[in-house]
Design a binder for this molecule. Sequence first.
Ligand code: GAL
Length: 841
Amino acid sequence: MKKYFILYLLTTLAFTCFAKEKTKMIRQGNAEVELFNNDWKFYRYGLQADGNRIEEPQNLSGTDLNDSNWRKLTLPHDFGIEGPFRMDLAGNTGRLPFQGIGWYRKSFKLSKEDAGKQIYIDFDGVMAYAEVWLNEQYIGGWPYGYNSFRLDLTPFIKSDAENVLAVRTNTEKWDSRWYPGAGIYRNVWLVKTGKTHVAHWGTFITTTDITDQSAQINLEIEIENNQETAVKAKVVTDIFEINANDLFGKKVLSFENEDIQLVAHTSGKISQSKKITNYKKWDIESPNRYVAQTRIIVDGKTDDCYYTPFGIRTIEFSRNGFFLNGRKIEIKGVCNHHDLGALGAAFNKSALIRQIEIMQKMGCNSIRTSHNPPAPELLELADKMGILIMDEAFDAWAKGKREWDYNKLYDEWHEKDLKALVFRDRNHPSVFVWSIGNEVMEQRNVEMTKHLVDIVKSMDKTRPVTNGYNDPDGGRESGASTALDIMGVNYFFQQQAKWDADERYKNKPTVGTETSSCVSTRGVYYFDGGIRKDFQISSYDVDHPGWGCTPDKQFATNAEYPHLLGEYVWTGFDYLGEPTPFNSDNTNLLNFRTNPSKKAELEKKLEELKRLQPPSRSSYFGIVDLAGFPKDRYYIYQAHWRPELPMVHILPHWNWPDRTGKTVPVHVYTSGTEAELFVNNKSYGRKVKKEGKDFRLVWDNVVYEPGTVKVIAYKKGKVWAKDEIQTTTEASKITSISDKQIISNNGYEYAFITVRIEDKSGNLVPTANHKLKIDVTGCGELVATDNGDPTSFVPFQSNQREAFNGLALAIVKAKTGEKGNIKIKVDSPGLKPAQIQIRSK
Ligand code: GAL
């Protein structure tokens, strides 16, 4: 079956550029590209998952090395997520054994047609300190695990024999404030071009003079000549419409053909401009894209074809706000780390699509890629799905927050790393702000700030640059922030009024690069204070660390300073690591080293926490839990961010057998303006939100009695939305719901199956934690399971896990190349099992 898949890829490639059939773009860049993820072998050396060591032998890149006992696998691969969780490992990195040395080997042959071509390998991201050999020759590497890089295989590749590629990754001396992953955790691509071709990330498209009728498209194309002789190449660029499936639509513009002369082994640039009329703008509401197809023709033959997808839109930032295509847009953003929950750092597109969809449904319109360059697919998806991206480079500059942090790389690599990020991402319409850092230790440093901003500007002057400050007063006082286009404030808006009056800053657009940091566990409610010793946090959404605030408080701040561009909530999703306040390590202390009083306060707290030995391994910050299930907080954001959507949400659940006759406060999130609450049809009265001040309605005096809680929300005096919850009877059955009925058999598309424990009437039993067994048979296999419990040490790969507050998640994929039914059965003693079927094609 694999053979057919390869055949399919080759046919697709053959059609690309040259055929009349609809062209499908595989990705931005040189058109002859294929995934290079299959048939790798892996061995872990150095630190092992159990804490022992296996010394790394010499010459693991050798072509005649016997690797028959190495594990076969398909990339992307994260060896840290394989676990096990260990109490002796740090909470901030998820108590997962990500530190070790990973070796990957792959043998491959080129086809006859490839002789004489340039052959490149593109790594989207390797954690960390990647070193690569081809046929025993060292060909290069990239230490910063989040950046994408290309290596040239041409000098050492054999066109008529087996080639051996070897990659060494090293996370033994890499540390992080969150879970970084380990190994070749993003996609790898093989790229083939003629000898004269568009350089890696060699195009830059900007759009100017944009009106509703027309826009100027400006192209900059860098062309590389790898011939031993000088060449004259013809550069031909056409612009097509392109849809969300990357299929080309109609041709809308052609640039004049242009010749370029290049001497042997040099590169050169051409610049062209042309006006487009009757075009469609890219917008978050209508993400229309175009693609520039550039062909390099030498002696009448197409040597290379290169795709640059782009969009035409205007962005403006001022003290009056952020304007997209002239329309004021409040940034309703979230910060997200790169891990994908149970999948760890191993990239998967369907997992990311799911994340973005969940965020958009909440009303979120922007993601900050905290605190590092994301997988390139995030930008592709953001372009297609209409979401704005703050693209962030670093969490540390020359001074680290951990011993083995970016500090070890800064001097030699910061320029290369920033360039890699900006060159790769500067054609994406979704990317609207660059961020040079997050709470870096040198945030008051004027020269460093200016230096990094200048590097970004040397590659892209069309987007503003920001930096996220946890010492916004110090940053502004020192003058460092004057180098930025946008002031990024993490949490501390206390002095905002003062800076608004300061000559240097009064016209500076300002955004909450990080806000709230509210903490909660899905489905957990406490009535005697939020944080308890079972290491869960109440979901009344009132708890946050010292530097944070409730969502409500931040909404009020935003209302108080309407010129703020908006906010990026910490965080959209729970992530592996940093289980504040149960870190029991110094993660957050280090963040706040710049604030002495905070440091002392935290030091004391963390000392107490250390003694508790918390088992927590993932965060509580997410609006959505690690398994992708919304917490209550989701609905306070939805209510505020989507005021036009009629909705109302009640919390807590209504199963409190021990509290009959005692009070159970009820909170309601609604996009309406007022609401009336009923318990068993008895009204607890109407409550009205004060505009700009109240963002939830609270009934503190509700006396618990089993039954039904109902809320009717009103807007402008009319009924706007209703919600009802009830005390359930005992758990009787399991229900499973798949987010997809059909998945591709390419091995990459995953189905996300929500498992619910229900009573006989189909109500979710909100306290159910039954042990589940998940069996996948037929043409599919189980990838991972989760339940969103930040303290669970059950391996993500296990097919047995408990439900957590009524829910669990199973991630399923099709067996590669197999077509047919996939059966998913979920069992638990005493409950009626669930059996569903999806199909692979
Ligand atoms: C911020 C930091 C984030 C995260 C957050 C938790 O200071 O930038 O990475 O640690 O605190 O509240």
